[in-house]
Design a protein around this ligand. Structure first.
Ligand SMILES: [Zn+2]
Ligand SMILES: [Zn+2]
Length: 338
């Protein structure tokens, strides 16, 4: 095996115009005890990668390769890592480690573990030809699906799935989806498969067309009122201005879940207009391995249409620029070793 590899790392976080990503050669990492080395086929691009590149999320480690929607093959196993065979196809997601013993982990909320660690933030991620991952945090993946259609499930799919759970959508309920990027278009399909009526509200005309093709009952502009009151809503756009808009669109007792890791400031809320009548505003923080298993099982039973835009690995910076500019419909996917 070669001893060095190509990777993109966040050198100096800043606006994409300042070229915060740098293409470098790094040593191929060694799997530590309990870890596997993964040869990357593809890595999907998540909005969190953009937040890391632009500095909305402070770096936790200088010069880290982003990327946490990785599909690849186990290339080598560290000491004591017997869960996967060499050659097994695995997925690497955002959650990389949790302590397993704190009050949150013990209650099944490892996403809230104060000692949790994240792929592409605390450790090098999948904008690279290889990465390591603790075997217990890798997801087994089917060998017969195109990598490009699996990768977006690993964060966009999982976080959207958790956001949908957090929105308390009742059976057969009316769901509002604010923003319609990679995560939202998968989440809408999960909700539709569960019998929901889905209303999509987004600034992108191309995304509104995709929403209607996928079965949404309506698709309006981001600040439009949906055609009927909502039982639940998920805010995917990282835009705090939309929080009061979405709260006002809820029916009595409705819940708004904010799916993103970063949100611009929320303007002042007016109690009568936005919260009274037992409307609820909730955040969504990362996700658990159980969320990942549930979403991947759902996708195996109800195949999802995964809208993707492929990019060669050499153009990772271009993919993030296009995401920042709202030019991508569905998920951008970097083709690295497939
Ligand atoms: Zn913990
Ligand atoms: Zn992500």
């Amino acid at each position: 095996m070669t001893e060095t590899m190509t990777a993109w790392v966040v050198r100096r976080p800043g606006p994409m115009a300042t070229r915060p990503l740098e293409r470098v050669r790094l040593p191929v990492p060694e799997p530590a005890p309990g870890e596997v080395l993964v040869r990357v086929e593809v890595c999907a691009v998540c909005r969190t990668d953009l937040h890391l590149a632009e500095g909305d999320l402070a770096p936790r480690r200088p010069g880290t390769a982003p990327g946490h929607e990785v599909v690849g093959y186990v290339e080598a196993r560290g000491p004591g890592a017997g869960r996967f065979a060499v050659g097994a196809r695995v997925g690497v997601a955002w959650l990389r480690a949790a302590c397993g013993t704190c009050r949150h982990c013990v209650r099944g909320s490892e996403n809230l573990c104060p000692h949790s660690r994240y792929t592409g933030w605390d450790a090098d991620g999948g904008y690279a030809e290889y990465l390591t991952v603790p075997q217990d945090f890798a997801h087994p993946l089917p060998a017969d699906r195109p990598a490009e259609k699996l990768a977006p499930l690993l964060c966009a799919g999982i976080i959207g799935y958790r956001a949908l759970l957090r929105s308390d959508l009742p059976p057969g309920g009316r769901l509002g989806v604010y923003g319609f990027g990679a995560s939202a278009h998968l989440t809408a399909q999960v909700a539709l498969a569960q019998g929901a009526t889905v209303h999509v509200l987004t600034r992108s005309a191309a995304a509104r067309r995709l929403a209607l093709e996928l079965g949404a009952a309506s698709a309006g502009d981001a600040y439009d009122a949906p055609p009927e009151p909502l039982d639940a809503a998920v805010l995917f756009a990282p835009v705090g201005d939309l929080v009061p808009v979405a709260l006002a669109a809820l029916d009595r007792g409705g819940t708004l879940a904010v799916a993103g890791i970063h949100l611009t400031d929320i303007p002042p809320l007016v109690y009568q207009d936005h919260l009274f009548q037992e409307r609820t505003l909730r955040s969504v923080t990362a996700n658990t391995r159980a969320d990942g298993r549930a979403l991947l099982e759902h996708a195996a039973r109800h195949p999802l249409h995964v809208a993707t835009t492929p990019y060669p690995f050499e153009r990772a910076d271009r993919a993030l620029e296009d995401l920042a500019a709202g030019r991508i419909t569905g998920a951008a996917v970097l083709h690295i070793g497939d």
